[in-house]
Design a protein around this ligand. Structure first.
Ligand code: UDP
Length: 339
C-alpha cells in the first residue's frame, strides 16, 4: 500500500511511519515541522520506500498531489499540547479546521480511505466515565482557551461523519487518549516527558494541583498498531473509536514511579494550577477510555504497563541527549566532573 501520513514527522506520526514501512508500505510524509522534528524521521530518509515533503497541509495543491499518489491517508497533522493551545488559540483553531477540510476534500474527490486522529479532549468535562464513543461531549467555558482544541477537533469529527454520509468518504475517526512514549517532548506541557526530563536532570518534578487528577497512558507503539489495524477494516469507515489504555494512575503516583525508576534525587513539588498555566487552563480530574468497540473489531487495545513506558521514555531521553552532545562542539560541552 502507498500511504500518506500528515504530521508524519511528529511524535505519533513518526512511529506510524515506522510501523507502515515495517509492513512493506510505501510511505509519504507531509509535515511543516511546526511541532514535529526532522530528527524523528532522520533515520528513515535512506529507506527506499520513504518520501517526505516539508509543507503545510493547508497548501491544497501540495496535499491534493500527495493524496493522488497514495491509496490511503492517515491525517494526524494538528496543533499539539495544552501549553501551545492556550498560548496560540488562533493557530489551533485555524490549523485544525482548515487542514482537515483540505484533506477530506482531496480524499473525497478521489475516494481515498482516510483515518483521522481526534482526541479524548472532546469528552471535555464529562463525568460519565469510562468514556464511550456515543457519550455526550461536555465543553468548558469559551473563555478557557484550552477548549478551543477540543471544539476544533470535535468540528473535524462532525466534518468527517458528514463527508462519510454525504460524499461517501471512507473515513474513520479515532480519539487518542494520553498517548506517550519515545520521541515525545515536554515542550508543549505533556506530563510524562516533562517528569522524566526533570527526574533525569535533577530538577524539581512539577505536579500541578494536588496530583490527585488521573489519566490512562497509552503506549505509542500499541496505538499505531491499532491505527493500522483499523485502516485495514472497511467496516471501520463512518465510525469513531477510542484508542487508549484503561489502567488509571494519579499524576502524583506517576511522579513517584518516575522518580523511583530513574533513581532520581529530584524533589516532587506541588505547583498550584494558577502558577503553572494562565487563566485559559482548566483540568479534568479523570479521563478513562472505554475501548470495548476497538477491542471487538481489532482484538486488542493499548495495554503496555506504565513502568515499561517510563523506562522507554527514559532511554529515548538519554539517546536524544547523546545525539545533541555529539552535535555540540567539544569546546561548548558541559565539562564532566571526575571525582
Ligand atoms: N501535569 C503536571 N505536571 C506537568 C505537566 C502536566 O502535573 O509538568 C498534569 C496536568 O495538569 C494534567 C496531567 O498532568 O492534569 C496530564 O497533562 P498533559 O498535558 O500531559 O495531558 P492532558 O491529559 O491534560 O491533555
Amino acid at each position: 500500500m502507498r500511504v500518506l501520513i500528515t504530521g508524519g514527522a511528529g511524535f505519533v506520526g513518526s512511529h506510524l511511519a515506522d510501523a507502515c514501512l515495517l509492513r512493506g508500505d510505501e510511505v509519504y510524509v507531509l509535515d511543516d515541522l511546526s511541532t514535529g522534528s526532522i530528527d524523528n524521521i532522520e533515520y528513515l530518509k535512506r529507506h527506499p520506500y520513504f518520501h517526505y515533503t516539508i509543507g503545510r497541509v493547508q497548501n491544497a495543491s501540495v496535499t491534493a498531489e500527495l493524496v493522488d499518489r497514495v491509496d490511503m491517508v492517515y491525517h494526524l497533522a494538528a496543533e499539539v499540547g495544552v501549553r501551545r493551545v492556550i498560548d496560540s488559540p488562533i493557530s489551533t483553531i485555524e490549523n485544525n479546521v482548515q487542514a482537515t477540510e483540505v484533506v477530506f476534500g482531496a480524499a473525497a474527490k478521489k475516494g481515498k480511505r482516510v483515518l483521522f486522529t481526534s482526541t479524548s479532549e472532546v469528552y471535555g468535562l464529562s463525568t460519565d466515565l469510562p468514556y464511550r464513543e456515543e457519550g455526550n461531549i461536555v465543553m468548558g467555558a469559551a473563555s478557557k482557551g484550552r477548549w478551543s482544541y477540543a471544539c476544533s477537533k470535535a468540528l473535524d469529527e462532525f466534518l468527517a461523519l458528514a463527508y462519510y454520509n454525504e460524499r461517501q468518504l471512507p473515513v474513520t475517526v479515532v480519539r487518542l487518549f494520553n498517548t506517550v512514549g519515545p520521541r515525545q517532548t515536554g515542550h508543549y506541557g505533556m506530563v510524562v516527558p516533562s517528569l522524566v526530563q526533570q527526574a533525569m536532570t535533577g530538577k524539581p518534578m512539577t505536579v500541578y494541583g494536588d496530583g490527585s487528577q488521573s489519566r490512562c497512558f497509552g503506549f505509542v507503539k500499541d496505538v499505531v498498531r491499532a491505527l493500522v489495524a483499523l485502516m485495514e477494516r472497511p467496516e471501520a469507515a463512518g465510525e469513531i473509536y477510542n484508542i487508549g489504555a484503561s489502567t488509571e494512575i494519579s499524576i502524583l503516583d506517576l511522579a513517584k514511579r518516575v522518580k523511583e525508576i530513574a533513581k532520581s534525587t529530584s524533589p516532587i513539588v506541588l505547583v498550584p494550577y494558577a502558577d503553572a498555566y494562565d487563566a485559559g487552563y482548566q483540568d479534568m480530574p479523570r479521563r478513562i477510555p472505554d475501548t470495548t468497540k476497538l477491542r471487538s473489531l481489532v482484538g486488542f487495545a493499548p495495554a503496555t504497563d506504565i513502568d515499561e513506558i517510563i523506562d522507554s521514555v527514559m532511554k529515548s531521553f538519554l539517546a536524544r541527549q547523546e545525539r545533541s552532545a555529539q552535535r555540540t562542539p567539544i569546546s561548548l560541552r558541559t565539562p564532566v566532573r571526575v571525582a
